[in-house]
Ligand binder design. Structure first.
Ligand code: SF4
Length: 369
């Protein structure tokens, strides 16, 4: 349930702007009292819309800016106040570069999709009467901009809508496998030997619309069964809501089964594997793992200790670097990653990765999965 549409329309101006602003404020207050999310209409009134929302804002006010037509700065301000941004057909229009920039810059966790039917039919049906079936074209445009599949966009934006409006049934059980793009991710443990300050596990059970909070850790057999034919995917990725190499034997058994069936295997790890098992485990992964992605996370041992809070102490950073160095001997593709979070010197991290002979990738602070 929601309260709306409410807002400002300076395009048609069916009533004086001063009256519209008074009503908009009153309705925002009423929605807050009723504890309902608001659906905000803003046509050619971006400045006043944002100003009134921020002046009336409190933590119990939220909702969606529907059929969004503002710029990325406005979208970010609204998101900081807990609002979602709803994208309609215009994102497909040739001249809508500004709206496409919004989609690129805003994490998909804050986006919804809508038709605004019967108006604003997307390309290639622009000009026709809009209807729900056409929302697929909008989803396709967003998928292309975000580097996701249409299924990902459908799942994630549906999840966002369910959360915002309190509708539908969210998955209650944690998934042991979950597709994103053309990869299948394996969620084999929720345990970890780090406690990174940016770790999404502390804020939500969900990543890209998938519930990753496990009731119990899956067995190798369960994982192999659920993977099925691994060649249906670009790669099978050990990742999830925890450190997969805590379960080294399971990783080895499942990776061997995937390789035997012609699949490609990647492990996303915090690089603590040798500390966890008190031996060099990299030779054991040779021939089983095609790629490893190691969270370097920081440019110095002190910064790493502060950001990743490893259970092995200040020496962990050096151990992670050694893990990357050693991985290069046994695994064809080794990538060091950092999250572009405050306090992390990405350029120095890049140099560290180069010195270790690894590829380097920066992950956006607010982009997960
Ligand atoms: S290593 Fe990964 S799972 Fe572990 S705390 Fe850090 S971000 Fe979270």
């Amino acid at each position: 349930m929601a309260y709306g549409e409410i807002g400002l329309d300076y395009h048609y101006e069916h009533s004086p702007r001063s009256d519209q602003k008074i009503k908009f404020r009153a309705m925002l207050r009423e929605a807050r009292e009723l504890d309902l999310p608001v659906i905000v209409h803003d046509r050619d009134a971006h400045v006043d819309t944002l100003q009134i929302i921020s002046e009336e804002w409190s933590p119990d006010l939220g909702g969606v800016l529907h059929c969004f037509s503002g710029d990325a700065a406005m979208a970010k301000s609204a998101i900081e106040m807990g609002f979602s941004i709803s994208i309609a057909g215009p994102v497909t229009f040739p001249k809508a570069d500004s709206l496409r920039e919004v989609v690129k810059q805003i994490p998909i966790e804050h986006l919804l999709i809508e038709t605004d039917a019967p108006y604003l039919a997307p390309q290639p049906v622009r000009g026709k009467r809009n209807e729900p079936a056409y929302v697929r074209h909008t989803a396709e445009a967003i998928a292309a901009l975000k580097g996701l599949s249409v299924d990902d966009v459908a799942r994630i934006t549906s999840f966002n809508a369910m959360q915002l409006f309190g509708i539908g049934t969210l998955p209650e059980r944690g998934q042991i496998t979950y597709p994103i793009r053309n990869s299948l991710y394996l969620n084999i443990t929720n345990r970890c030997t780090a406690a990174c300050v940016f770790c999404v596990r502390y804020h939500t059970d969900f990543v890209k619309g998938h519930n990753l909070r496990l009731g119990a850790e899956p067995t190798a057999d369960e994982l192999i069964r659920e993977i099925g034919d691994p060649t249906r995917y670009g790669e099978i990725v050990f990742c999830g809501y925890g450190e997969p190499l805590l379960r080294l034997d399971t990783v080895k058994t499942v990776a061997a089964a995937v390789k035997q069936r012609g699949g490609r295997v990647r492990v996303d790890t915090n690089g603590h594997g040798n500390l966890i098992h008190k031996r060099n485990i990299l030779p054991e992964l040779a021939g089983l793992v095609d790629a490893v992605s190691v969270s370097l996370n920081a440019h110095t041992a002190e910064a790493y200790f502060r950001i990743s809070q490893p259970k092995f102490g200040i020496e962990t950073y050096e151990a992670v670097k050694n893990f990357i160095r050693e991985a290069r001997k046994y695994i064809p593709e080794v990538t060091a990653t950092v999250v572009s979070a405050p306090g992390i010197d990405v350029d120095v991290c890049r140099t560290v990765a180069e010195e270790l002979g690894a590829r380097f990738r920066v992950r956006e602070y607010n982009e997960v999965g």
